[in-house]
Design a protein around this ligand. Sequence first.
Ligand code: PEP
Ligand code: MG
Length: 747
Amino acid sequence: MAERKDSDSRKLLRRLRETLAAPGGGQDRLDQITHHIADSMGTQVCSIYLFRDADTLELCATEGLNPESVHKTRLRLGEGLVGRVARTGRHVNTANAPAEPGFRYMPETGEEIFSSFLGVPIQRVGEKLGVLVVQSRDARQFSEDEVYGLDVVAMVLAEMAELGAFLGTQSDSLPPAHRFPTMFRGATGQEGVAEGRVWLHEPRVVVTNPVADDPQKEKARLGEAVAMLRTTVDSMLAEADMGKGDSAEVMETYRMFAHSRSWMRRMEETIDLGLSAEAAVEKEQSQARARLESAADPYLRDRLHDLDDLSNRLLRILTGQGRDTGAEMPDDPILIARNIGPAELLDYGRKLRGVVLEEGSVGSHAAIVARALAIPLVIHAERITTEALNGDPILVDGDMGIVHLRPEESVAKAFRDKMAMQAEAQSRYAGLRDLPATSTCGTTIQLYMNAGLMADLPSLESSGAEGVGLFRTELQFLTRTRVPRRGELAALYAHVLDNAHGKPVMFRTLDIGSDKVLPYMKPQDEPNPAMGWRAIRVGLDKRGVLRMQLQALIRAAVGRPLYVMFPFVTEMNEFEEAHRLLMEQIAREQRLGHAMPTDVRVGAMLETPSLAFAPRKFFEMCDFISVGGNDLKQFFFAADRENERVRRRYDALNTSFICLLEQILQRCNEARVPVSFCGEDAGRPIEAVTFAALGFRRLSMRPASIGPVKHLIRRTDLSELKAAIDAARAAGETNLRRTVTDWLARN
Ligand code: PEP
Ligand code: MG
């Protein structure tokens, strides 16, 4: 880049910095800035458009256009060349603006005499704030250096806006960044509603010095920080001890980015133009974010995420700003994060009122933990980490997958009404706690709860559940950096049993693989992990961990009954093998002279359609069977339970699925083996009452569902409902939801 250009640019940035430092209102500053930019770029016009609301841009300052149009001229996102720059996040550079597609002439500005146009987005790490435009009379195409230079200026403006430089006497007409009520439409990760204040898992880095005088010094600072970053990344990757395959490749790319010369060179060039090291990093990050938004290829998106992550680390090194900003967590925190691991979420624990993630999935570890903590979770709330600030008021609607950030009072009021209604219903259900779930025809259904954490156990008492029908043991494995020791597990399981106060707890052995990948396990390169090497398949192939877990369970249950169930059994012989392995461990413990559980009951999870057709001997061998409806449904309908597109497409009340459940019940009854249903559907009242009508006598669900399910069962005549279901089936109905809901409404 030419030496003269560099010094011009630095001179301009210095003037901007002086403007920022001088006392005065926001409008004055904007006016001065447009003047300085036009002067430095040699153009007749310089204008600043800022977002008035999420869809509208407003002309906020101009040098060269009609001053009367300031705060009057408005454009919608995508409208005209300015709107195009705002929407795409990319510059528009043309010598003949009226000939550009989408050009829109705004007569009140008097811009018709200006032929050339260069507009660049004013954005800060993905957050769009407005558009900076220069125009001139002569038909001139701006050079690459000029475009780059204006980009740098826009970047500084974005930083100044972030620092509140434009909030002044006329603040109502100036950029209300982070002040609009904004709604995010995501997806349900965990139902429930909550009101609270934002707590950012990773607070934004604040750059207070976008402009710097001494490029050599800034480059040296950048060099030092990058060296530090490289060392951290290298040791992080060495620790991760990656195997081969895709993940190793991905980590290598991460390392490659950290060592990228071109990344470094681009940042150094920006520093030469007058930016500080921090601002140079942010400029790169902003561009990566803009590209990320338009990238459809998931691989490319992941790589851009890596670059974003590296930029964040680098910024934290440069500014010395860690996660701990000294801000105080509000009393009613709603956690906002791009994504979060199960261990980190558990660390926050029950303090949180709710969680909102930009990424995540229904079956992710975070979702499992949120479920265990019984806090609403919304996933896929795109861009919320950019918009939300610590302390912002926020409403989370986990039922609808919607988040209202800085809500209007009317929205907050409607939301509070909904919360009050839910609270009222909960207190009504609390009154049923000690009553049995007996239908009006005299059938009693046992209601159990699902659990996976020590933190779940208090719900056993408060919900009135008769026991834990499914204790998922994955979390203790997922939240550690190494395989937990037998002693640790035995102590934990014993603690669970102590806190169950004699109520039965059905421990399910480790169900890893599929979406639940242990951090210390070599990741498997499987195209379809849900149908891959998971659960009992892993347990039987690599017996060490399963043996250790069984020994821990036996030791924990000394002097009391032990219930063990094996997940994802597909064929009878898998159950036989697992059963034998358990018996061997019991014999071993006896040999070693350890005391024994009073009774050992061994069950299987029925979650693959094939097991419904297993030989009768299988059913006879089991002490109990639990239908894992989440997996059973996904394999029956061939619809991925984690894929938002197809997840809700097939209904548990589809007649074919109901027929499958009825067959399972029949086979279990023939073999006199107790059967329960423990998938998510058991916790939905309509589904629960249908399963009870079919003949399920035990259902296991989230603790919060026990009240509503019990309430409905207690007012239902199950035999009459069964008759209505049979009649609908005979009449050829392919889905029974309508039949059941209509019948319930009438009765
Ligand atoms: C199921 O598949 O229904 C089940 C209860 O197990 P998980 O949800 O843990 O796979
Ligand atoms: Mg399952």
